[in-house]
Design a protein around this ligand. Structure first.
Ligand code: FE2
Ligand code: FE2
Length: 350
């Protein structure tokens, strides 16, 4: 199992003046404490932001009992969609085969919210078990475009790293839909996103050359397959300059809501003030997909300036439940970044 960052936004390691020890050292908790955390996640009388911290606390434990507790919450029919998608996400970040059955069950449950099924499919890709390709292939025909697209990206990821592990480089024939290696370069799983401590849905492309040349090449990825587009997006994130952020902004014109939500997520990882204006626009756009608005809200929480607080507070009364809940979580993330709290994953604190 590799380490998983235990702050929802997976903030840039260099930008944080506090070291989140939970991202490197598993928390040791008794069965009783694990059960207490599970109870808090399920307790609808608790504020959303506290319940979210409990999810990330269980993620920091990284043991089979903590995965079982998260799995029970994921299977619950009453738990909020926002929390369930976050649970599916952290199960992927924990990279344990132990979580595969519950993630498959979640993907297969067509009555489940799209955002939760999307995150379950993405988590299966992050865990990377080859046997998951069968179920992911089945849902390439799903009625939801977000689920279909995620399944393709997850299959590409599993195939890519399988080939990397066994042969060093995927053949073009076997990975037809995948990556233009000449243009994008090769990436080892261990090397991926050390800076952001996240298991990305697609490997960032290792581009060489000047900043401007790398940005231009990352932008070209947009003309390819969606997985390639993702690789270009992560390349822009890894460049991380204002110019790279401006190139990312074009991603909000993409026809895929899935891609737009990933752009917002990545902006949250970067925490660049250069993305504040566009993220505010996305959050305020009532016609935008809820998944995208949710990621925009949490990204604004991570950017964490006083004017972002104002806009997040305003949307605590948004007509969409997922947006309202995301704003509560975002305000809590903001508070965390401005406090002397030792770690975000402190679900057992009163
Ligand atoms: Fe997502
Ligand atoms: Fe999310």
């Amino acid at each position: 199992m590799v380490t998983a960052s235990c702050v929802p936004v997976h903030a840039h390691a260099e930008d944080s003046d506090q070291e989140d020890v939970s991202s490197t050292t598993p928390l040791e908790l008794s069965a009783e404490k694990i059960s207490q955390l599970k109870g808090r996640i399920m307790d609808e009388t608790q504020p959303m932001e506290k319940r979210n911290r409990c999810v990330f606390t269980l993620c920091a434990v990284r043991t089979e009992p903590s995965i079982d507790a998260l799995s029970e919450c994921l299977k619950s029919k009453t738990c909020s969609e926002l929390l369930k998608h976050e649970i599916a996400y952290v199960l992927g970040q924990m990279k344990s085969y132990h979580a595969v059955p519950v993630l498959i069950q979640t993907l297969e449950d067509e009555s489940e919210a799209v955002i939760v099924r999307h995150e379950a499919a993405e988590a299966l890709g992050a865990i990377g078990q080859k046997d998951s390709i069968g179920v992911l292939t089945k849902y390439l025909e799903d009625p939801s475009i977000e689920v279909r697209e995620t399944c393709q990206i997850a299959i590409d990821r599993i195939l890519y790293f399988e080939k990397r592990r066994h042969e060093g480089k995927p053949s073009e024939v076997e990975c037809l839909s995948m990556y233009d290696e000449l243009m994008l370069g090769q990436t080892d799983e261990e090397e991926m996103s050390k800076m952001f401590q996240s298991v990305d849905p697609a490997p960032s492309s290792l581009l060489e050359g000047t900043e401007q040349a790398r940005i231009e090449r990352a932008k070209v990825c947009k003309r390819g397959h969606q997985t390639t587009e993702y690789r270009g997006l992560f390349a822009l994130r890894d460049i991380g300059t204002d110019a790279a952020v401006h190139a990312m902004i074009e991603g909000f014109s993409d026809s895929s809501a899935l891609f737009r939500h990933e752009v917002a997520f990545v902006m949250g990882q970067l925490q660049s003030p250069a993305s504040k204006e566009i993220l505010t626009k996305v959050l305020c756009d009532a016609n935008e997909h809820e998944m995208v608005r949710h990621e925009a809200a949490e990204a604004l929480g991570a950017i964490s300036t006083d004017d972002t607080v104002e806009i997040l507070q305003k949307h605590l009364k948004d007509e969409h439940g997922m947006v309202r809940e995301s704003c509560s979580v975002a305000l809590d993330i903001h508070q965390y970044f401005h406090s002397d709290q030792f770690q975000y994953a402190d679900g057992l604190n009163e």
